[in-house]
Design a protein around this ligand. Structure first.
Ligand SMILES: Nc1ncnc2c1ncn2[C@@H]1O[C@H](COP(=O)(O)OP(=O)(O)OP(=O)(O)O)[C@@H](O)[C@H]1O
Ligand SMILES: [Mg+2]
Length: 320
């Protein structure tokens, strides 16, 4: 569905060029939900904005390709990108106000998007908008509301309708529930899961919440400082994380079964963006680090069961 190869993104700053996404490669299969996880600042959002070519000013793709339907998104011009955004790849942002314009009513958002991509009358578009709202659990009377007249959960639902209205092949959801209370969070997650099945879309779900990963994902990709450090089926990650960083992430989650145990945190903080490394980027925080880890960059190792891990501890266990 999507094939990303050696994708790097840099920011040009007064202090020089800073690499925030470092040679990222992965494939998104049809109909699967891939969760992208990692601490704040590890490049989750930047990677999703690179896929839709919506990077902020100052940021640019410096290498790699993003192959969608045999074409490279990195090389596309604006008209081609317009077709991809919306009809090919829909996005749900953390903050719904990023994609909802406060001066337009809900109906306008949906009908304009529908009419920009297909030749339908205003009346047909309005009917479709009403049925989309129903699908996301909102009464059609809210077509006449402005975004600020809706609750946070309702805005998130409207944005989900907007992302899905062109029936995209791929849905990218960037922390879509972080700002919501847990009850609404669950409703939105269930909604995304239901619609993903109904529309048979592939989903890239960005989150730092491992409980959500467990609930929604088929596969997980762990990012650290702009690099992929592990990728595997969800069950494998929760049963036995291989990369020390993934292990740290899992250990820092409260589990009911260990209510009396002290919660472990990962020592230290992620490195500042743009810092130069000779060896593994995680070595300075890693409890297993050896001399070699500080001096030599580990490759991505391909282990049994299709697990990928970027760590010297698994050298010799690789399938090549
Ligand atoms: N406009 C910008 N100028 C310079 N650096 C930026 C800018 N936006 C993001 N960055 C840097 O890019 C890196 C990746 O940021 P990104 O927003 O992708 O992180 P994230 O994983 O989505 O974090 P969070 O979980 O907080 O959303 C960070 O180190 C950040 O400092
Ligand atoms: Mg982000």
């Amino acid at each position: 569905m999507l094939n990303i190869n050696n994708l790097s993104v840099c920011f040009d700053t007064p202090q020089g060029r800073i690499k925030v996404l470092d040679n990222l490669s992965y494939r998104l299969e049809k109909g699967e939900v891939l969760a992208v996880v990692g601490e704040s600042g590890c490049g989750k959002t930047i990677h999703s904005l690179a896929i839709t070519r919506l990077l902020p000013p100052g940021a640019k793709i410096t290498s790699g390709s993003i192959i969608y339907k045999d074409k490279d998104i990195v090389k596309m011009n604006e008209p081609q990108l317009r077709d991809v955004r919306g009809a090919g790849i829909g996005m749900i942002f953390q903050d719904p106000m990023m994609s909802l314009n406060p001066v337009f009513k809900v109906a306008f958002h949906l009908t304009e998007t529908l009419r920009a991509h297909s030749k339908i009358s205003k009346k047909e578009a309005l009917e479709k908008a009403a049925s989309l709202l129903k699908k996301v659990g909102i009464d059609e009377k809210f077509l006449n509301s402005y975004p600020h007249q809706l609750s946070g959960g309702m805005r998130q639902r409207v944005m989900t309708a907007l992302a899905l209205c062109l029936n995209p092949d791929i849905l990218i959801a960037d922390e879509p529930t972080t700002a919501l209370d847990v009850t609404v969070q669950r409703q939105i997650l269930e909604l995304i899961k239901k619609l993903q099945k109904e529309f048979s879309a592939s989903v890239i779900f960005i989150t730092h919440n491992l409980a959500i990963v467990n609930n929604i994902a088929d596969r997980v990709l762990v990012l650290y400082a702009g690099e992929k450090v592990e990728e595997c089926p969800k069950e494998d990650l929760f049963k036995k994380p291989l990369h020390p960083y993934s292990e740290g992430l899992l250990n820092s989650v409260v589990r009911l079964s260990q209510s009396k145990a002290r919660l472990k945190t990962i020592e230290g903080a992620p490195p500042a963006a743009g810092k130069d490394f000779k060896g593994c980027k995680f070595a300075e925080r890693c409890p297993y680090a050896q001399e070699r880890c500080k001096n030599e960059r580990p490759p991505i190792l391909n282990l049994e069961g299709g697990r990928l891990v970027k760590c010297w501890r698994y050298e010799g266990k690789s399938n090549g």
